[in-house]
Design a protein around this ligand. Structure first.
Ligand SMILES: CC(C)(COP(=O)(O)OP(=O)(O)OC[C@H]1O[C@@H](n2cnc3c(N)ncnc32)[C@H](O)[C@@H]1OP(=O)(O)O)[C@@H](O)C(=O)NCCC(=O)NCCS
Length: 152
């Protein structure tokens, strides 16, 4: 079972890291429920991008495995720690961990205007499709989702 201290650390990054305008952040209950499932994985990192279980986290990756495929559900780094390579390092560590548990292909979905795109393409993700008007912002604007995939 997921510890409350781990959930505290995830939610501190979640609340700081996602602009509510895009409505991408998950609630504490959503994170807890998803981590109750053995197929969901959390990588939580400190400011040196080292994995930690709780405490002063600045970034995380949340993913869900289905056989030899996995979906990267969320990645975030707190705003004051961005641009130093932490996001890239936790994404790289995540991909290594996924491969080690037998994953052959990782998917993710991104709102079409997210600047995270360059990070994903630098790590070998390629766009494979678009879901029109998949996201809705807090002021009701509809945004396409782009699906990316990466073979491991
Ligand atoms: C995406 C994110 C995790 C990157 O973390 P980071 O520690 O800044 O990543 P790095 O320092 O390794 O790399 C920065 C790169 O990400 C890009 N980037 C992605 N999102 C960015 C953002 N919101 N602001 C600035 N740069 C961003 C930059 O262009 C930069 O690319 P470059 O090196 O080619 O110039 C972080 O920006 C974030 O938490 N964003 C908000 C949450 C989000 O949108 N997550 C993705 C959807 S789940």
């Amino acid at each position: 079972m997921i510890g409350e201290d781990t959930l505290d650390a995830v939610m501190a990054v979640m609340d700081a890291g996602f602009d509510p305008h895009w409505r991408e952040a998950w609630t504490r209950e959503q994170v807890r429920d998803s981590l109750e499932m053995p197929s969901t994985f959390l990588l939580l990192a400190d400011r040196t991008a080292k994995p930690i279980r709780s405490g002063a986290a600045v970034g995380f990756v949340l993913s869900r495995q289905a056989l030899d495929e996995e979906e990267l559900l969320l990645i975030a780094v707190t705003p004051e720690e961005r641009g130093q390579g932490i996001g890239g390092r936790i994404l790289g560590d995540y991909l290594l961990a996924a491969r080690a548990r037998g994953v052959r292909r990782v998917f993710l979905e991104m709102r079409a205007n997210n600047p995270v795109r360059s990070l994903y393409t630098r790590h070998g993700f390629v766009p494979i499709g678009t879901r029109p008007r998949y996201y809705r912002t807090s002021d009701g604007q509809a945004l396409d989702a782009i699906t990316f995939a990466r073979h491991l």
